[in-house]
Ligand binder design. Structure first.
Ligand SMILES: [Zn+2]
Length: 272
């Protein structure tokens, strides 16, 4: 048998809570499974803690986008208003010219002068009408822009609330994850203290090389983490959960869980 056996003579305990096997389990193997469960919980908690700055940045970016939408809507409305003011100035200018032409019309001496003034009056009136049409268009556009600004402000308020909630959730999770990390540290020390140092060293070595996953459940003759088929003799030995055996392929320490585990069963996160 090529699987490494480190604790052939280790004491044996029967059926403990989370595994509920019908066969007795090697005490160190049971402690290793607990150790892996604790390490996986700590890794998950640390991963969540490490993700926090990214999640906070995403919230900030959402808020910034909503703020920018409001700023852009305000700018569009301001541009519309200043364009309208400029047109209204032109209207006033043409109206000034129009009254001057009306005065001139009263003082004309010749037919030719009369026609010339009438021509100027018609031109100024057309200009004023065209400009007033543009003012009207600008006012209609201002209504749409005002509504758009209102929508952007409502969206910003909604985002502000969502972002505040998101930040609150991150802060709450941060506290929760810190509690998990602290609790795992205490529980881990107790487990480690009860373990065979040689078995622990193997676990730590494999864990370091295998991304924090040193334990591999075996099922249907296969290492469920690296998915390599075990030799029948190795799998038959693993089925008994009496020895510390490592997978020939990934070196993880093998153990057996029944095909239909209880809901309380927890196996280490998959990774190869
Ligand atoms: Zn394996």
């Amino acid at each position: 048998m090529r699987g490494t056996s480190l604790a052939l003579q280790a004491p044996v305990r029967r059926r403990r809570g989370f595994f509920c096997l019908c066969l007795p389990m090697n005490a160190d193997l049971e402690l290793l499974i607990t150790l892996q469960r604790l390490d996986t919980a700590a890794q998950d908690a640390e991963r969540r803690l490490a993700d926090e700055p990214q999640r906070e940045q995403e919230l900030d970016a959402r808020l910034e986008a909503a703020r920018q939408a409001v700023t852009a809507a305000k700018e569009r409305l301001a541009q519309n208003q200043s364009a309208r003011r400029a047109i209204e100035k032109d209207v006033a200018m043409h109206q000034g010219r129009l009254s001057k032409f009306h005065e001139q019309a009263m003082a004309v001496k010749t037919n030719q002068e009369y026609h010339a003034v009438q021509h100027e009056i018609a031109f100024a009136q057309n200009e004023i009408k065209a400009l007033e049409d543009r003012v009207l268009e600008g006012m209609l556009e201002a209504d749409e822009l005002t509504a758009g600004l209102h929508r952007a402000e409502v969206a910003l308020a909604v985002e502000q609330q969502a972002v505040e909630q998101g930040q609150g959730a991150i802060a709450a999770e941060r506290d929760q994850m810190k509690v998990v990390v602290d609790r795992v540290r205490v529980e881990r020390s107790a487990v480690v203290a009860a373990m065979n140092p040689q078995v622990l060293a193997t676990f730590e070595r494999v864990s370091q090389r295998r991304n924090g996953v040193a334990m591999a459940p075996a099922r249907d003759g296969v290492c469920t983490i690296c998915h390599v088929r075990l030799r029948p003799q190795v799998f038959n030995t693993v089925l008994k959960n009496e020895q510390i055996l490592q997978c020939d392929h990934c070196n993880r320490i093998l153990y057996y869980v029944p095909a239909t585990p209880s809901p309380a069963d927890a196996s280490p996160a998959s990774s190869s």
